[in-house]
Design a protein around this ligand. Structure first.
Ligand SMILES: [Zn+2]
Length: 490
């Protein structure tokens, strides 16, 4: 355990909701949508009309099984759905179909690599399936929150979207560790290609349970931070809530079990409502759905279909391409970026140079434009052509950066841009030889100084040649030719 303050430690567990990217909803045939006009993807089933019967989405069960297996969970051979009863305007049935005491996956873990290179194994208590609620849109208030709104509208497009809830053990002890866990869980789920894992759009959402205690003491009373919709909010929210609990305990107050709202703008936490206990929801088995029995052959088939997971890919990139572990980790954390790198490395035959360009200039452009690599204006093949011009000595590294910018702007291949701009390093010894000879002859004074042993005069000559060639001379060749023509002690 890492102490968060002298004499205190924090105990943090996370609950993550992952929206699955199946074609249709969890229990009906409505297509999933994001951003479509409100209430255009609804039917009697997901609107909870009387007499309708839900049917479980087989693809969603498969996706949930993928997630559970990737987290090392045991897959239950018999699992059922429960009704979780509560009223809210975004939930027309007044119950959510979820899982209770027989979840799909139990007892897994995620090995999280921390900033200092050490490993933190976080237990996974359970992985279960459920359906999402609709979405309330609060209008008339300045904040878009329910406080101060004039009225609220409800959009049921999201209602019934398949969700997987991942519950961690309280093995996390700092906000940094929580962020690292969520980051690496996100890249794991992204690799499985079962969700868009977009926190801003809500396809990955995180709640955090947190308490503080004296080391070795019994667990303190926990509070729950809901809907931390970015890595930064999660980190910041936990910091604020831990500080609030410490201040309260140190001044002799007691912590009340409650749900906490974190306001990212002010950095303040406030009480939302007292926290419900499981028995408040009157869970009971969903009578309209059949139990799910996944036999060993099915589970094995899904296990075999799992792609290479980030941790395994990192090890392979280190072994296969001799990349530094940190670089291999970054490239493995984002599946499409890792795929892009491997395609580029195959095309150039130079893994180190490929990694440098992917993580340097290419990532710089993608981050600035807010793009995923799959939407890059420059394909791996196009970048490979540019890097070939660098390897051949046609372009310097600096020129190549300029060409890459033009490739991004125009979508043209590197060769065309180099031709249009008349770029390209002069690596022709004959052509450069004449220029160097002329410049040496035109500067007898500095040439004499060089012959007397003032080596740094060479820089003056290199500058002259670069000026003459508009910076396109191959610097190594210029140096060799200058020494030849100047002769002397240099
Ligand atoms: Zn529907």
């Amino acid at each position: 355990m890492t102490l968060i303050k002298e004499g205190w430690e924090a105990v943090i567990g996370l609950e993550i909701h992952v929206q699955l990217n199946t074609r249709t909803k969890m229990f009906c045939g409505c297509e999933l949508s994001f951003g479509d006009p409100p209430n255009t993807h609804v039917c009697p089933v997901c609107l909870g009309h009387p007499g309708v019967l839900p049917v479980t989405n087989e693809k969603a069960v498969e996706y949930a099984t993928r997630i559970a297996l990737a987290l090392g969970c045991r897959i239950a051979d018999y699992t059922i759905f429960h009704r979780k009863n509560y009223f809210y305007p975004d939930l027309p049935k007044a119950y959510q179909i979820s899982q209770y005491d027989l979840p799909l996956g139990i007892g897994g873990h995620l090995d999280v690599e921390l900033e200092d290179g050490s490993n933190l194994r976080v237990g996974i208590t359970r992985v279960h399936m459920e359906e999402d609620a609709g979405k309330l849109v609060h209008s008339g208030g300045a904040s878009g929150r329910i406080d101060g709104a004039d009225y609220s509208l409800v959009d049921f497009n999201r209602g019934g979207t398949p969700l997987v809830e991942i519950v961690s053990e309280p093995d996390i002890s700092t906000p940094d560790q929580a962020r690292a866990f969520l980051t690496q869980l996100r890249s794991l789920v992204q690799t499985l290609e079962v969700s868009d894992v977009n926190m801003e759009e809500g396809s990955l959402r995180c709640d955090a349970n947190v308490s503080v205690r004296r080391p070795g003491a019994a667990l303190g009373t926990k509070t729950e931070l809901k809907n931390m919709n970015s890595f930064r909010f999660l980190h910041h929210g936990l910091e604020s809530e831990i500080e609030r609990q410490l201040e309260a305990l140190e001044s002799g107050e007691r912590i009340v079990q409650e749900t906490i709202h974190f306001d990212p703008a002010s950095g303040l936490v406030s009480s939302l409502r007292s926290k419900e206990e499981a028995h408040d929801y009157r869970y009971f088995p969903e009578p309209d759905l059949t139990p799910i029995e996944l036999d060993d052959a099915y589970v094995e088939r899904v296990r075999q279909s799992l792609p290479e997971l980030p941790a395994a890919r990192k090890e392979r990139l280190v072994a296969e391409y001799s990349l530094p572990p940190k670089d291999a980790g970054s490239l493995s954390a984002n599946k499409p970026l890792g795929d892009y790198f491997e395609a580029l490395a195959a095309a150039t035959g130079d893994a180190r140079m490929s990694a440098n360009w992917v993580m340097g200039d290419l990532s710089g452009y993608l981050n600035a434009a807010g793009l995923e690599v799959t939407a890059s204006a420059v394909s791996a093949e196009a970048l490979a052509e540019l890097l070939r011009l660098v390897s051949e000595g046609t372009l310097s590294g600096k020129m190549a950066k300029e060409v890459l910018e033009a490739m991004i702007d125009t979508g043209k291949p590197a060769g065309d841009i180099v031709a249009e701009k008349g770029m390209g390093q002069i690596s022709d010894a004959g052509e450069l030889d004449a220029i160097v000879a002329r410049i040496v002859a035109a500067n007898p004074g500095p040439a004499e100084e060089f012959r007397q042993g003032r080596d740094r005069v060479l820089g003056f000559f290199v500058g002259q040649v670069m000026k003459e060639t508009k910076g396109q001379a191959n610097p190594q060749l210029v140096n060799e030719l200058l020494r030849k023509h100047l002769g002397g002690a240099g």
